[in-house]
Design a binder for this molecule. Sequence first.
Ligand code: SF4
Ligand code: SF4
Ligand code: SF4
Length: 155
Amino acid sequence: MPISPMDIYKLLPKTNCKKCGEMTCMSFAFKLLNKEKKLEDCKPLFEEKKYEKQKEKLIEILKPLEKAKETGLIVNEDLCNGCGNCVVACPVHVERDPHGAMIGKISSDDAILRIENGKVRVLNLEICRRYGKNRILCIVCRENCPTDAISFLEG
Ligand code: SF4
Ligand code: SF4
Ligand code: SF4
């Protein structure tokens, strides 16, 4: 299940105290999802007893974040059958290596996804459309996976 910044925000203290270095709890929620902040950066959540239950819930819903790459992409290796659909469908790959995408074999070394030993590997995340400040919530790889092995934290 994707997590939205609002799911996180609802469980934060919502005082906008700025102790985490952010102007608002909502901005902290966005940065948490982008892995630019850690939950521990919200000091009141850990120091004040009244937030105990909220803290526990947040720890629970943020668990998938540990497995997610900087783009929010999570591969469930148990479900991946190495079919390569995600590799040839990725618009960045198609743009960089149109012939490879057409014949089902991406040769480019700077691919984001590659099949190795029958499983998809995530490589050069910085060229993924989801990476960085001007990111687009691309879902093409996920949409082309027949086994639901790909998910995203957001979107
Ligand atoms: S430290 Fe916590 S309560 Fe304070 S602004 Fe940041 S997220 Fe909100
Ligand atoms: S999110 Fe889009 S750009 Fe990134 S790997 Fe998947 S298909 Fe490619
Ligand atoms: S499309 Fe899905 S099953 Fe196929 S290689 Fe990619 S992640 Fe694995």
